[in-house]
Design a protein around this ligand. Structure first.
Ligand code: BJ8
Length: 419
């Protein structure tokens, strides 16, 4: 990595603490990723992105801000990227996936809270995440209770705009959501000084559709037996999607897919069990479950999570004569995401069954971050539905620490033997 200390200092970072974080990451990445055999060459781009995760990309964000642009931090796949991009701002996904930030998070949050929330708050208050430090505005949402209350704390550090999410999907809820999207546009127009037009919105929709299409192409390739790419690598790509430059990312995912299409022609069958993961998101650098599963000689072939299918499935319709039509297309597409924060959430159960079949999964791991109530309560419905379909299921509830890795390994091992 180049010398970025001056830049980090200008972002108000705690350099000493940040050094400690920088010391952990390469080691973790090396042990998790670089030990994999026979990785596609196209993964070199993503290795590079990780090696520069606190460097080059932050430099790009700084340059954007120097030129008068704004940077927005988001925490949920319901926040419409199309609007952010159309108004000339850059959006970065900020969910925390590292144990490193938990200690600081626990200084002001209860310990019995989801690690994703503790980590994101810890990342901000410890001033060790240059993405947080680069944000002009954070965009929260009223999804789960923990996140909802965390915005009040973050607002003491950086201005937060909260999108009021419906909790149900009746037509009156969807209308309300569309109004909320319009309110978001108003706020962003104020912040950026730019105006949303039919043209810039349509261009942005097209650009982001291309990105989602590239990810869909990658996931479709995972449907082959054996899958031409590890679950670990696919997860990494999904995580990087949240903060990389949109065009460059799309181009590199497509390049990788070209390579994988060649690869599948020569792949030899193997006996690896095909596993699907469903549940809570895995924010970077949370690679724990994938690492355990794939080191047991199984392959994760799909993730029904927000760092998986929920992020890229369904494109925003590009049809429509007016800007209002396009906004309504955006509202529609986002309301099609099936998060456990909604009630009822039958669409998610249907998605899980559909993906398990499409990706020919031998079994499903229900991944639940500790203390995430919406997903842990929803487990029952998923369990009942998968039982009817004869799809094996196991529940793994965990946090970001490595303390329970041995125990998870034993349980997954037994599950793999059974399926
Ligand atoms: S659309 S999953 S990104 S809310 S923070 S709900 S793990 S207790 S992240 Fe989410 Fe949007 Fe839904 Fe996806 Fe549970 Fe933790 Fe809450 Fe979480």
């Amino acid at each position: 990595m180049g010398d970025y200390r001056k830049m980090w200092e200008s972002l108000g970072m705690d350099l000493e603490k940040h050094d400690a974080l920088c010391a952990v990451l390469p080691e973790l990445y090396g042990a998790t990723y670089l030990t994999q055999d026979n990785r596609p060459d196209g993964m070199n781009y993503f290795n590079f992105v990780i090696s520069e995760v606190h460097g080059l990309r932050i430099e790009e964000l700084s340059r954007h801000r120097e030129n008068g642009g704004k940077v927005l931090g988001t925490f949920c796949v319901y926040v419409p990227d199309e609007i952010i991009n159309a108004l000339g701002a850059i959006g970065v996904g900020l969910c925390g996936g590292s144990q490193f930030w938990i200690e600081d998070g626990e200084k002001i949050l209860p310990r019995n809270l989801c690690p994703l929330i503790k980590a994101l708050v810890g990342a901000k208050i410890s001033a060790t995440c240059p993405y947080f430090q680069s944000c002009d505005l954070l965009v929260g949402e009223t999804t789960c209770d923990g996140k909802k209350k965390a915005w009040e704390i973050l607002n003491d550090y950086t201005p937060v705009h909260v999108m009021d999410m419906p909790q149900m999907k009746r037509s009156k809820d969807i209308e309300k959501w569309e109004e909320e999207v319009k309110y978001f546009i108003e706020k962003l127009e104020e912040l950026t000084g730019n105006k949303l037009t039919y043209e810039n919105l349509l261009n942005s929709i097209k650009l982001i559709n291309k990105k989602r299409r590239a990810l869909k192409r990658l996931y479709d390739l995972r449907k082959y037996t054996p899958s031409p790419i590890s679950g670990l690598d696919a997860l990494l790509i999904s995580q990087i999607a949240f903060y990389d430059d949109i065009e460059r990312f799309t181009e590199n995912v497509n390049k990788l897919c070209d390579e994988l299409e060649e690869r599948i022609k020569n792949l030899k069958p193997n006996n690896k069990k095909r596993v699907m993961v469903t549940g809570t998101p895995m924010a970077i650098p949370n690679w724990k479950l994938h690492y355990i599963v794939e080191n047991l000689d199984a392959q994760i072939v799909v993730e029904e999570t927000c760092t998986g299918t929920r992020y890229f499935e369904r494109e925003v319709s590009e049809e429509g004569e007016t800007i209002d039509d396009l906004i309504s297309n955006i509202a529609d597409r986002y309301m099609g995401i099936n998060c456990a924060c909604f009630t009822p959430n039958t669409g998610r159960v249907e998605d899980i069954i559909k993906y398990a079949k499409e990706y020919k999964a031998d079994g499903v791991i229900y991944y639940n971050l500790s203390f995430c109530q919406p997903y842990s309560v929803e487990y029952k419905k998923v369990e009942e539905a998968l039982k009817k379909e004869n799809i094996p299921l196991i529940l793994i509830e965990t946090d970001y620490s490595t303390e329970d890795s041995g125990q998870i390994k034993t349980r997954v091992e037994a599950f793999l033997e059974m399926i």
